[in-house]
Design a protein around this ligand. Structure first.
Ligand code: ME8
Length: 516
């Protein structure tokens, strides 16, 4: 195995009750950008995504579709797999919770919890929200006018009374608080961390971890009348994916604990409270970090099927392009905050930041080289302070990018990159290479070389965000495939003066269609 540092990143596994939408695409893209960044930076990455296929919600959806649960989940899971492909997600693992290996892993963690004395048989009587697949206490639900009980998430609850196994979560309060204290980066952003800590400080109740009123789930070992609570089954996917229960295997010991579970803010409690408690109880190390991003609304409204305003990622890709969508989603909101999707701001960013700022920089530099240097990359002469200034900005970009990416501050990374794009545009405007063609061709060559070197660095920096467009820019600079990683970032000499460049063509089209 490679001696590179391992980095294991996961998306939530998505429920297959419905078609994927922009929210699912968002989390997957954010993970993909980080996975690509880490690979380019020399890490040994495992990137997992997949589908959550058990539980009442999926069973009901299958029944509503008039299908048996397994073929229904096969079909629906395929939609998520297809979306990952369309998004160009570079996941190494696609896991489904109906796979045999996952049943083995789920039953193994169950047995470990039983062996640790953390599971007992009792009976549950309380509220359950099928939409959230979550239990709620009397004090958490509110009564609507028609008498229906509503969870804090807005979902309707039903009353459930059934025999159930419980996990002794109440006994994990102190150990969880000590764990958060010892691992200040375990939950990001800070606001979510505070929320989780105060939730746990408020006291924890034992958690029902099995159901008996339906059977679409992993059978509880030794008691077939119960299926495992879907969240215990679902969370376990993250260790199934790296080989659990074979914890002494190379794969598991290499990639576990996960570097990062990326989730939406809706499911932070499951990941930052229940999951580390299950794992510690089962004698498995908790993940290193959980980052909960914010929620997208559509033109100011909550996205929901009943409002009919679900945003289809395929439509956006068709209209604006995949790289454009990837850029927009990670640039539009500080990662961690909620965001509002609007076509207006999509078009503004696409035209202003991609076509004008970045696209023009590339396009005018490459077309000046094509026109004035016979299509060959010019060689540099003596460097002026302006030249070394811009080169310094480029070579200095990687460190702030690393820092931003390690904090999942994608917007900050993009701002850093755009600062250098603007500096490069200002450099060209100041140096006026077009005016040097006759008066000082050597100086013109130096300026165009420096601009090309800046573009090379920028294209490497944008590779994780916009892989297609960035590769096309590197193609136009004739950068060799093996020089397309961060090891080559600050390596002057990767560009070959005298080398014939392909005919330049724009990579960031302007959007000129009708706005939706
Ligand atoms: O919760 N804005 O699956 P799920 C941003 N199966 N992100 C959104 C979003 C929105 N409007 N809507 C969804 C589940 N997401 C469980 C997870 S993990 C062991 C089990 C994203 O299909 C966001 O990442 O409901 C959210 O956490 C996830 O989709 C929920 O997907």
């Amino acid at each position: 195995m490679s001696d590179a540092t391992p980095f294991y990143i996961t998306t939530p596994i998505y429920y297959v009750n419905d078609a994927p939408h922009i929210g699912h695409a968002y989390t997957t893209l954010a993970c993909d950008v980080l996975a690509r960044f880490k690979r380019l930076d020399g890490y040994d990455v495992q990137f997992l995504t997949g589908t959550d296929e058990h539980g009442q919600k999926v069973e009901k959806a299958a029944a509503a579709a008039g299908e048996a649960a397994q073929p229904f989940t096969d079909r629906m899971s395929g939609n998520f797999r297809d979306l990952a492909g369309t998004l160009r997600a570079s996941n190494d693992i696609f896991i489904r919770t109906t796979e045999h290996r996952h049943k083995i892993a789920s039953q193994a963690i169950w047995k470990a919890l039983v062996a640790a004395g953390d599971i007992y048989l009792g009976s549950y009587a309380g509220w359950y929200s099928v939409r959230d697949e979550a239990f709620f206490t009397e004090s958490e639900v509110t009564k609507r006018e028609d008498g229906a009980r509503i969870a804090p998430t807005g979902a309707e609850c039903e009353w459930v009374e059934e025999p159930s196994y419980f996990f002794r979560l109440s006994e994990w309060q102190d150990r969880l608080l000590a764990f958060y204290e010892a691992n200040p980066d375990f939950i990001g952003p800070q606001s979510r961390r505070n929320e989780v800590v105060s939730f746990v400080r408020g006291g924890l109740q034992d958690l029902s971890v099995s159901r008996t009123t339906f059977n679409w789930g992993v059978p509880v070992p030794g008691d077939d009348a119960h299926v495992m609570y879907v969240w215990l089954d679902a969370l376990t996917n993250y260790i199934t994916g790296v080989g659990y229960p074979k914890t002494d295997g190379d794969f598991f010991s290499r990639y576990w604990p996960a570097s990062l579970h990326m989730v939406g803010k809706d499911i932070v409690r499951f990941h930052a409270v229940y999951w580390p408690a299950f794992l510690m109880a089962a004698g498995v190390a908790p993940p290193r970090r959980v980052f909960a991003h914010g929620w997208w609304t559509n033109e100011g409204e909550k996205i929901s099927k009943s409002l009919g305003n679900v945003i289809d990622p395929y439509d956006l890709i068709e209209r604006y392009g995949l790289d454009q969508l990837r850029y927009f989603l990670l640039r539009e909101v500080p990662f961690g905050n909620d965001g509002d999707f609007s076509h207006r701001s999509m078009v503004q960013r696409m035209n202003g930041e991609l076509a004008n700022d970045y696209g023009n920089l590339v396009q005018r530099t490459l077309s000046m080289i094509a026109r004035n240097c016979g299509g060959e990359l010019p060689g540099p002469g003596h460097f002026s302070p302006e030249d070394t200034g811009l080169l310094g900005e480029i070579y200095g970009l990687l460190e702030p990018l690393r820092s931003a990416m390690d904090r999942q501050a994608f917007h900050e990374a993009l701002e850093d990159i755009w600062r250098v794009i603007r500096a490069a545009n200002a450099y060209i405007a100041g140096e006026e290479p077009w005016a040097l063609r006759k008066s000082d061709p050597e100086r013109m060559g130096t300026v165009l070389f420096v601009a090309a070197e800046a573009i090379r660095g920028l294209a490497l920096a944008t590779l994780p965000f916009m892989p297609d467009a960035s590769h096309r820019i590197l193609d136009q600079l004739a950068v060799e495939p093996e020089a397309r990683d961060f090891a080559a970032f600050g390596k002057a000499g990767t560009l070959n003066p005298g080398r014939a460049l392909p005919k330049p063509e724009g990579v960031f089209p302007r959007y000129s269609g009708e706005e939706a």
